[in-house]
Write a protein that binds this ligand. Structure first.
Ligand SMILES: NC(=O)c1ccc[n+]([C@@H]2O[C@H](COP(=O)([O-])OP(=O)(O)OC[C@H]3O[C@@H](n4cnc5c(N)ncnc54)[C@H](OP(=O)(O)O)[C@@H]3O)[C@@H](O)[C@H]2O)c1
Length: 287
């Protein structure tokens, strides 16, 4: 299959490339932001019309949640207009569009896992722009997959796990929020889930995360414990952090629809984290 990946320089985009490299089954064309700006309609249509892919995977997004609050225009240009251009381009060549969305489309006011079909009431500009991106795809091109995921960390680039590893080396005490609950997800696992969709026609919106859930505070304790690092993790509230964008307090995503469609279940987050740490050390320790 001919596959285009946008946002190839990002965390998920990099893991997607690594997973694709393991097989020569597909012909993959990857685009970093400076090679294909998804907010530029003409550029998107021109690249897609020329390459005529079977599948477009959109890993591009403006993911700076606090930055989105300040730069609303940019958030909507990338996270809402970008998917609109990709849906239009996909439709023009009959390609399947695989788009990645977020737990931030939900308000986070629930105490039970969010079902796919539940109403979305995003509180942050980031969540609103991602929700607009989902809706524009649903309304314009039926051959799409929208995968909502959460709390991503990957082998390339900065993320919560690498931040904890760095801070834990310098400090004996860290303060980590304990009033947000969600499912940490290894972007390599998500990349594999995405690739499992390439030949499928069970289009629609799905929730895809590693299994299990915890607070960021719990997750940091697990990181330090697996690493054998002696760091005291103190609880702090989201309010105390004083970040510009609101975060969902509870954003556990229900996987029933994914499982019923017989797509492969992702492993538990603690197993994924152990694998991540091992691979992260293999990549970074000898540098
Ligand atoms: N990270 C998370 O915790 C998380 C959680 C839930 C869902 N998601 C979703 O998962 C997907 C992948 O996220 P990620 O964590 O891999 O994000 P990421 O590391 O920030 O990667 C996003 C990539 O998109 C690129 N990009 C930004 N604007 C663009 C544009 N106009 N055209 C083309 N490329 C552009 C970025 O380039 P620059 O770096 O040069 O700006 C970056 O390489 C996104 O849809 C995100 O909303 C992420």
């Amino acid at each position: 299959m001919k596959v285009i990946i946008t946002g190839a320089g990002g965390m998920l985009g990099s893991d997607l490339l690594d997973v694709f490299k393991k097989s020569d089954e597909h012909k993959v064309s990857m685009f970093r932001r400076n090679e294909l700006d998804i907010s530029d309609r003409d550029q998107v249509l021109s690249v897609v019309t020329e390459l005529r892919p079977d599948v477009i995977i959109n890993a591009a997004a403006y993911t700076d949640v606090d930055g989105c609050e300040i730069n609303r225009e940019m958030a909507f240009a990338v996270n809402a207009e970008g998917p609109k251009h990709l849906a239009e381009a996909s439709r023009s060549v009959g390609a399947t569009l695989i788009h990645v969305s977020t737990d931030y489309v939900f308000s986070g006011d629930h105490t039970q896992p969010y079902q796919v079909e539940e109403e979305c009431h995003p509180k942050s500009v980031y969540g609103q722009s991602k929700w607009a991106g989902e809706e524009t795809i649903r309304h314009s091109w039926e051959r799409h997959f929208i995968l909502r995921t959460s709390w991503l960390y990957g082998l390339h680039g900065k993320n919560f796990v690498t931040t904890m590893l760095r801070v834990g080396k310098k400090e004996s005490t860290v303060r980590v929020v304990n009033d947000q609950i969600g499912s940490p997800t290894f972007s390599w696992d998500l990349a594999q889930a995405i690739i499992s969709l390439l030949e499928s026609d069970k289009y629609g919106t799905y929730h895809v995360t590693n299994q299990g859930f915890c607070t960021w505070n719990d997750f940091s304790k697990l990181i330090f414990s697996l690493e054998g690092m002696k760091v005291d993790v103190l609880p702090i509230t989201t309010g105390e952090l004083g970040r510009p964008a609101p975060r969902p307090a509870y954003s556990v995503l229900d996987h029933h629809k994914w499982i019923e469609a017989r797509f492969p279940s992702l492993r538990h987050y603690d197993e994924a984290l152990q694998d991540y740490l091992q691979r992260w050390h293999e990549l970074n320790d000898e540098r």
